[in-house]
Design a binder for this molecule. Structure first.
Ligand SMILES: Cc1cc2nc3c(=O)[nH]c(=O)nc-3n(C[C@H](O)[C@H](O)[C@H](O)COP(=O)(O)OP(=O)(O)OC[C@H]3O[C@@H](n4cnc5c(N)ncnc54)[C@H](O)[C@@H]3O)c2cc1C
Length: 401
């Protein structure tokens, strides 16, 4: 008698989250097919900060070594006052930090990370990668899911993971909570060769200059050959745009009120692109029977905790483990994944907004309170405060409960 064909798990979206999910499922022996709308698997040309919890997830996904190799391990997280031009604090993230959390704080070029994930997926022999495959919607019954592409093609799967980002089509059906919330914060991004970076600011640190309704971030990438710049203004922008080229003059005019030392960073930027940041309210249900959301599709957040991708990677590690635990019952596995992940990601979504308001964009008396309060902390105080997020135990508890 012929056995019944086992259908793959379909993943909508081939960003960091979707690829990591495919890898996590492949490590548990599950076949997947990743559907990416773009003509190729690629990431934007910018950097990303990865906290130890991202590396714990990489370890679970079996690519910890590769991820540590392509990343730049920074020595400090530096907070500067963008008006006074003074250093507020530097949190050391060297050896003591790595010993405490069991993994580094690092920065990496997104394309390098994306490529490492694509290669790791290919090496499993269990991941089908398809481009120019834009998912429109899904239908499901007791036996499986049918994914309908914009081209009209129908694909069958035993489950569907919606990893299709902020404007997820899958979320529209699972949650149906309309358009994302436009924050009114505009981020401008640029990459510059290190020789264009002011020599006195070529720190091996993730540096944040915090100013009234604005901030600047810079850190080295690609073994220190380039610097990543992200400068953000809370300018009440209404239209949610992503990656649109913008004139240098527009970037400059958004930061008239910060000190010359901080302003010079902007002057060296080139080929600026603009994003208007969005998030959503946390929701507790991401599952519709055989369909579940992952990454930004499930819990889009403002970038102020630098945790959006870290959370997507954790989701992927958790999903693989939930499917391993309940492989015979995928609906149960998806419910377990959802229950384990939603409280943690919701906390990070809310914390990201608060950090933006209280630390990144504070002004006048609030900025003075911020500076005094942060200066009163020792490195260990910061580490203790971050244990829930960066600690290996917090993530292990998430997946083994
Ligand atoms: C300025 C800025 C700075 C940030 N910095 C950090 C940081 O330092 N650290 C950090 O951890 N996070 C950071 N983030 C957040 C991080 O970029 C995101 O959380 C992360 O990329 C989400 O990954 P994802 O795979 O869930 O979604 P995405 O990266 O959005 O990927 C979704 C994929 O799905 C595809 N897709 C969309 N719709 C469809 C469809 N209908 N059919 C098929 N494919 C589809 C897209 O083309 C895309 O490839 C930052 C974000 C911003 C805006």
């Amino acid at each position: 008698m012929m056995g019944r064909k086992v259908l793959p798990i379909v993943i909508a979206g081939g960003g960091l989250g979707g690829l990591a999910a495919a890898l996590g499922l492949a490590r548990k022996g599950r076949q997947t097919v990743v559907l990416e709308q773009a003509p190729q698997f690629a990431e934007i040309g910018a950097g990303i900060q990865l906290a130890p919890n991202a590396f714990h997830a990489f370890d679970t996904l079996g690519i910890g070594e590769v991820a540590r190799r392509v990343a730049v391990l920074v020595d400090e997280l530096v907070l500067m006052d963008a008006v006074a031009g003074e250093r507020i604090i530097g949190i050391p993230v060297g050896e003591a930090f790595r010993n405490r959390f069991g993994n580094p704080y690092a920065v990496v070029h997104r394309a390098d990370l994306h490529e490492a994930l694509v290669e790791a997926c290919r090496a499993t022999g269990l991941v089908g990668l398809r481009v120019r495959a834009r998912v429109d919607r899904y239908e499901q019954d007791a036996n499986g899911v049918t994914v309908i592409l914009q081209s009209g093609e129908h694909l069958s799967g035993c489950a569907l993971i919606g990893a299709d980002g902020l404007r997820s089509h899958i979320r529209r059906q699972v949650v149906g909570d309309g358009e994302p919330i436009v924050s009114g914060h505009t981020s401008f991004r640029s990459l510059i060769p290190t020789e264009r970076m002011p020599p006195d600011l070529r720190w091996n640190a993730a540096t944040l200059w915090a100013g009234p309704k604005c901030h600047l971030v810079h850190y080295p990438l690609k073994g220190g050959k380039v610097f990543n710049l992200v400068v953000t203004a809370h300018n009440n922008a209404q239209e949610a745009v992503a990656g649109v080229p913008v004139a240098k003059e527009q970037v400059h005019s958004s930061f008239p009120h910060i000190c010359p030392r901080a302003r010079q960073i902007i002057e060296h930027g080139q080929n600026w692109r603009r994003w208007v940041l969005c998030d959503r309210e946390p929701v507790s249900n991401w599952v519709d029977h055989r369909v579940a959301l992952l990454g930004d599709a499930a819990h889009p957040m403002l970038q102020y905790f630098a945790q959006g991708a870290c959370m997507a990677l954790e989701d992927a590690a958790c999903l693989g483990q939930a499917v391993e635990a309940h492989g015979h019952d995928l609906q149960q596995a998806l419910r377990m994944y959802n229950c384990l992940r939603a409280p943690r990601t919701g906390r990070v979504q809310i914390s990201s907004r608060l950090i933006g308001e209280l630390i990144y964009h504070a002004s006048d008396a609030k900025a003075e309170v911020r500076n005094a309060a942060l200066r009163a902390n020792s490195a260990d105080d910061f580490y203790d405060g971050l244990e829930w997020l960066y600690g290996r135990a917090s993530q292990q508890a998430t997946v083994s409960r």
